[in-house]
Design a protein around this ligand. Sequence first.
Ligand SMILES: *Cc1c(COP(=O)(O)O)cnc(C)c1O
Length: 389
Amino acid sequence: MEKKHKFETEAIRTQMERSQYLEHSSPLYLTSSFVFEDAEDMRASFAEEKDRNIYSRYSNPNSSEFVEKVCKMEGAEDGFAFASGMAAVFSTLGALLRSGDHIVSARSIFGSTHSLFMNFFPNWNISHSYFQVDELHTIDDMVTPQTKILYAETPTNPGVDVLDLEELGKIAKKHNLILIIDNCFASPYLQQPIKFGADLVIHSGTKLMDGQGRVLAGITVGNAELIDKIYRFSRITGPALSPFNAWILSKSLETLAIRVDRHCENALKLAEFLEQHEKVNWVKYPFLKSHPKYEIAKKQMKAGGCVVAFEVKGGLEEGRKFFDSIRLLSLSANLGDTRSIVTHPASTTHSKLSKEERKAVGISDGSVRISVGLENISDIIQDIAQALD
Ligand SMILES: *Cc1c(COP(=O)(O)O)cnc(C)c1O
């Protein structure tokens, strides 16, 4: 989709055609279906001779507006909007894979995506191999004639590792694989993987895109031919985003740039504070010079994102104690929200994994993940400081 203006301008000015009422801001089309002039109009519409809305499982003006904005932000040709980030992940892969196919994926991926690969895809004879995030050189040997997709996220959750998108793009091209990047942690404002060779980009709109903890949403954008396959699968299987949530999301994107700027500013300040704190072993944030992939992060991201990971000295007990001492920030599972959120993966989200499995995805007993919100940074630091004390 052609981008005529700068990012912030497109985020605000990309808008569906105005109705007869000449509303300034886009209206909400809370309708399940659309009407036809006559039999011929209906026939031509179903035959796809006309580009128009038929039924909101296929398309709706609100979801189309949301998709158009994200396509411009990501430099993508086309897209489809889903009811959640996981609906986007599942429907994208479900549309492109068939029995016997193989996925090569980074090991550090979102928990539910990992579970899809481990517990459900084998039922349909779809297999996968995992590479470690800093061992991209091992990918070549994992590729088989059945490999169809190269899959990764960057920055990763909850380890905040960074993968070299340019390198992944080259590997995908060499082996003729479809490169899919879950760009949720960066948002389209900070990083556009298509520039580095990604064929498809997936987002959970639930996170930074809405950024206000209100709705679930997902989206896949990228190569038009691939999106057409995903669209055909999705209009039959029904994971479409509701018009109401699409309307919310499209509004949210108007403030994405300004929100993410502040998230990143706050996150960097918190990371710098933690780095010199005596009760902290290490801090990981893509735009800290001490991050092992600092140079790569600088190359592919505009700023470091909203998530900071660090390790409290001690072990599981100290980690829990820190977590229990938090007063202002939320103990919750979301991220990218206006409200800062603290999680202790070892005792919560990743407690079912063995210690070795946790180590493989970069989680130690004292690991803490903070999604830095938009409260005043001095209050955020104050709460963390008193909990560490
Ligand atoms: C949250 C998340 C998802 C899933 O999104 P939902 O909207 O919760 O379904 C996928 N990938 C990443 C990286 C996420 O953080």
